[in-house]
Design a protein around this ligand. Structure first.
Ligand code: COA
Length: 186
């Protein structure tokens, strides 16, 4: 079902003004989990770092002035260490970055009262439609439904597992080809 919510696209300079609200939305969704990786402070740090990454963009779904959900991502730079855990596991060609090859979607979330209305799908499609990269990269916990199943239906393909914190959680990494000729999947 579609909704009359509006989508707004923000580059980093504008998105910085949304930092507190973005953290509040994240906290509303993740506070109950009690997982350090998902704490408000850790998330604020992650988002602050993300805001300094190349080609950062955040797409927010808004109900009047309130953010009901958002997605953000950025381009992996040529010198990224993102693929370090996959060294020797995946073919080198798959983990080679050029600076404009891969857009990493770091977060997508929709506040509970607004779920099931197609907002995540709209955020996803809107975000990717204007990206110039050849492939997308996203991470999801293996048991995170309905997110994982939705990504598979939306054309994402599993690449392997990784973690951003030795204490967990472990994420499945999924890739999606965005440009003809890109071999984003093994
Ligand atoms: C995952 C999340 C972003 C989905 O947001 P949403 O706006 O409800 O998603 P949508 O309404 O666009 O639905 C996405 C897909 O999941 C399906 N879906 C949504 N809710 C569902 C449910 N409760 N049960 C089964 N399927 C469901 C929809 O049918 C849709 O599939 P389709 O596009 O193939 O038809 C939202 O649940 C959320 O914020 N979860 C917490 C944060 C999170 O886990 N983020 C993802 C991290 S990788």
């Amino acid at each position: 079902m579609s909704t009359p919510l509006t989508l707004h696209r923000h580059a980093a300079a504008d998105a910085r003004a949304l930092l507190d609200e973005a953290v509040a939305v994240h906290q509303e969704i993740y506070a109950g989990q009690g997982v350090p990786y998902f704490s408000a402070d850790r998330f604020r740090d992650r988002l602050a770092v993300a805001l300094r990454q190349p080609e950062f963009e955040l797409v927010a779904a808004c109900d009047q002035d309130r953010i009901t959900g958002y997605l953000y991502g950025f381009a992996l730079p040529r010198w990224t260490r993102w693929w370090t855990p996959f060294a020797g596991v995946l073919p080198a060609e798959l983990t080679r970055e050029t600076g404009d090859r891969t857009v990493f979607i770091q977060e997508i979330m929709v506040r509970a009262p607004w779920r099931g209305r197609g907002i995540a799908r709209r955020l996803h499609d809107e975000f990717l439609a204007a990206r110039a990269e050849q492939r997308g990269l996203i991470c999801v916990e293996p048991g995170n439904e309905p997110a994982r199943s939705a990504y598979l239906r939306w054309g994402w393909r599993p690449l392997g597992s990784t973690t951003f914190d030795p204490a967990g959680p472990v994420f499945d990494c999924l890739v999606k080809t965005l440009a003809p000729g890109e071999q984003g999947c093994p």
